[in-house]
Design a protein around this ligand. Structure first.
Ligand code: TYD
Length: 212
């Protein structure tokens, strides 16, 4: 277990992570915790530049391995310069996406496989793994429909074919089965308050356990 609490949110694009991250950070602050919210890729000056390269629609020629390495590079910078130091200070760190995104998107979506993703990311995360992960469970078809309804245009990853997003979703399902203690599968086909009530329940349990 980390010194602070490391919480990550995962799921297909458009699964409503942002709203829940806001609600959770507010809740934890009310409980007296110091909260840091971050996003991947990005969260540092260098990471935000890498993010631009990754999401730019003009970079259609990017090879899967290049993509995997760039996500890992952004992660390495974030872990060493922000996540680890903040956890050392006993803070609650909430990250919008982390290693599971690479396992789902690059490992399954791009077909690089979990072993390769782990090999590269072992270095990037340097032992720093989430204490709890909320998988916002919205299947690929529903998630793409939400994105279209939003009408904000799509980035390089979002504009991938439907089968890619379906592989990503099945990657998440696999991960949730593989790590049932850490990954909590949250049904997001409810109103945001109901979704949050479930997340709050898991957080309360974790905080109790951390108190010992
Ligand atoms: P973002 O706009 O942050 O998406 P969202 O709001 O859905 O979280 O863009 C991040 C994109 O990068 C998203 O499509 C998922 C993808 N991604 C990966 O493919 N691998 C990764 O390791 C991470 C962190 C993100």
């Amino acid at each position: 277990m980390n010194k602070g609490i490391f919480i990550t949110f995962e799921g297909n694009d458009g699964s409503g992570k942002t709203t829940q991250i806001l609600l959770l950070s507010e809740y934890l602050r009310q409980k007296g915790l110091e909260v840091v919210t971050l996003r991947e890729p990005g969260g540092t000056a260098i990471g935000e530049k890498i993010r631009e390269i990754l999401l730019d629609n003009r970079n259609q020629g990017m090879y899967p391995v290049t993509e995997m390495l760039l996500y890992a590079a952004s992660r390495a910078q974030l872990v060493s310069s922000v996540i680890k130091p903040e956890l050392e200070k006993n803070r609650a760190v909430i990250c919008d996406r982390f290693l599971d995104s690479s396992l789902a998107y690059q490992g399954e979506g791009r077909g690089l496989g979990a072993e390769n993703v782990w090999a590269v990311n072992r270095l990037a995360v340097d032992g720093c793994l989430p204490d709890i992960t909320f998988f916002m469970d919205l299947d690929a078809d529903a998630s793409m429909a939400r994105l279209v309804a939003k009408g904000e245009g799509t980035d390089r990853i979002e504009s991938e074919e439907m089968d890619f997003h379906r592989r990503v979703y099945s990657g998440y399902i696999k991960l949730a089965r593989q790590y049932p203690d850490r990954i909590k599968r949250i049904d997001v086909n409810r109103n945001p308050q109901e979704v949050f009530a479930e997340i709050r329940g898991y957080m309360d349990k974790l905080l109790e356990k951390a108190k010992g």
